[in-house]
Every structure is written in C-alpha cells, then in structure tokens.
Write a protein that binds this ligand. Structure first.
Ligand SMILES: Cc1ncc(COP(=O)(O)O)c(C=O)c1O
Length: 293
C-alpha cells in the first residue's frame, strides 16, 4: 500500500545525541549525533538530502526519478526504498554488467522495484557531465544528491540541537553534507567550526563543490590524511579501530564513511588538535547497510 510523502515524513525520528565516555583525560567532550537511528532504512545524511527534494518533486507532480551510483550506494538504497513507499518509478544507472553478482544493496533495490541500467565505465563518467536522455516526466537527481534541496535539509537537521558545540565533524565525499552544515553556521552566525574528513582523495573537488553550493561565505575546514588510500579502501588499523570502538561504545560503524571520520576524530583528540575544553559534535552519517557483503 503506497504512502504519501507526509506519511514517509512521519516515519523519521529525531536523532539522539550521546556523550561518549573516555575523553576526560584529554579535556574535551565528544558527542555523537546518531543520525543512523532516525529510521532503519532512511538513515543518516540521506534523509537530509532527500527531504526538500521530495517536496519539490511532489509540488511539480513528478512520480519518476533517475540517478546514478555504485553497487553499494547508500543513496540509491534509500532512494529505492522511498520510491517504493511512494509508488514512484526509480531508474538507476550503475557501472558494470548485468552478469556481475548482485550486492545486498542491489538485491534490496531490485526487490523494491527500481530498474537498473548497466553502463560502461566511460558512459558512467559521461553521466557526471550530462544526464542521459530521459522522458520529460522523469527527474534526474545528481549523483549523491548534490543540490540546493540537500543544503536546506542539513540546515534543518541541526536547528533543534540542545547544545552549542565548538566543532561539528562529518565524513565527506561530495561535500554536500559538509556544505549544508556550513550553511547552517553561516545563516545562524554560529561560532561552531565545521570540519570535513575526506573519505577519498578528492579534497579539492570537495572544496569546489562546497563553494558551488554555498557561495563564497565562510568555508568549512577539510582535514586530510584519513583517506586510507582512497574510496572504500581500508587497512588493518582502521578495521581494528572500528572493532574496538564498537565494543567499547556499542555504536556501529562501517569502514567507508563513519569508520574514517570516527578514526580521524579519535586521532585528532589524542594528538591535541582540539583545544582543552572543546565540545565536539561528531555526526554519525549512517551508511551501515553498505557494510553487508
Ligand atoms: C554514510 C555516508 N556518509 C557520508 C557520505 C558523504 O556525504 P557527502 O557526499 O554529502 O559528502 C555519504 C555519501 O556519499 C554516505 O553514504
């Protein structure tokens, strides 16, 4: 039974913020915003990216969407689920061949009724420059949901934080989430510093994307050095950190996004990067479905 957009909105919970024990010696406070808990599927930064886009699509009468992404894409996963709930038709352009074994992500996506279009590596790259020829009734969503609707969603997501923090920290790939948090700071003239941890070797592209999305106002800081070799790459140190962190704090992580940002914050705290007395908000941006193999 399809739901309305308002019914989908009503499924989303607000994110609890948890203070982590264990950083007293370093004289900082580390708080985690559990955006992974706002919904079992529509979790993490995806809801913030989609909220205003969905309202826009509804207002324009669209019921067909198309976009592109990878075999483990958290964005496609959420989008397919939401499209299924709304009885919309979703078409996803995927790099690769139909014969490749399906990842758990793609299995869910197909079960939820989305159509997959397999493309060559070259064509996939081309889609980043220009969307495919689509029927007029189909809305093309840019890769990873990088648009002005996302920015508004992130601004909303921090509007009801109970406390003031010196730092907000977030994992960054396209930089859309980072741009959204910086926009919240700029619009509300907050003193909070926004820090992005690049999860792939693309800090310059992130900087450009952020500027494109929020203009020349105050920019966030990017702290490089925690890419672990690039997108979806990891090493023993990262995997051990994740294991130990999960055991100690009972907060699940995955190695592509949150694992790297949490590792980075822990390392920066230990190195004394944050001045004594700092209150840090580390945002858990979800993505846990992507760790299934
Ligand atoms: C779980 C998770 N965290 C962080 C990111 C990075 O977000 P952004 O592309 O907005 O920088 C993504 C998406 O790419 C993601 O799926």
């Amino acid at each position: 039974m399809p739901r309305s957009i308002q019914q989908v909105f009503s499924l989303i919970n607000s994110a609890p913020v948890e203070k982590l024990a264990g950083f007293e010696n370093q004289s900082v406070e580390l708080h985690i915003k559990r955006d992974d808990l706002i919904h079992p599927v529509i979790s993490g930064n995806k809801w913030h990216k989609l909220k205003y886009l969905l309202l826009h699509l509804q207002s324009q009468g669209y019921r067909k969407i198309a976009t592109m992404g990878g075999h483990y894409s958290n964005f496609l996963h959420v989008l397919a689920f939401v499209a299924n709930q709304l009885n919309w038709q979703a078409t996803f352009y995927i790099r690769g061949h139909q014969e490749q074994p399906l990842t758990p992500t793609l299995q869910d996506i197909i079960e939820w009724g989305a159509k997959l279009v397999y493309t060559s590596r070259e064509d996939f790259r081309g889609l980043r420059e220009a969307p495919p020829d689509l029927p007029e009734d189909t809305y093309w969503i840019s890769e990873g949901g990088m648009d002005e609707y996302a920015i508004k969603g992130f601004v909303d997501s921090v509007a009801d934080l109970d406390e003031v923090y010196d730092y907000w920290v977030i994992a960054s790939a396209t930089g859309t989430s980072l741009a959204g948090y910086q926009m919240a700071v700029n619009q509300n003239q907050l003193k909070t510093k926004v820090i992005g941890i690049p999860v792939l070797n693309n800090a310059d592209a992130i900087r450009q994307n952020v500027k494109h999305l929020i203009g020349e106002d105050q920019q966030p800081e990017l702290i490089e050095g925690y890419e672990f070799g690039g997108f979806a790459k990891s090493d023993v140190a990262l995997l051990e950190f994740i294991n130990q962190f999960e055991q100690q704090h009972s907060i699940p992580l995955e190695p592509v996004y949150t694992g790297k940002s949490f590792y980075a914050v822990n390392d920066l705290i230990n190195k004394g990067y944050f001045p004594s007395g700092s209150k840090i908000l580390l945002i858990h941006c979800g993505g846990l479905q992507g760790r299934r193999r």
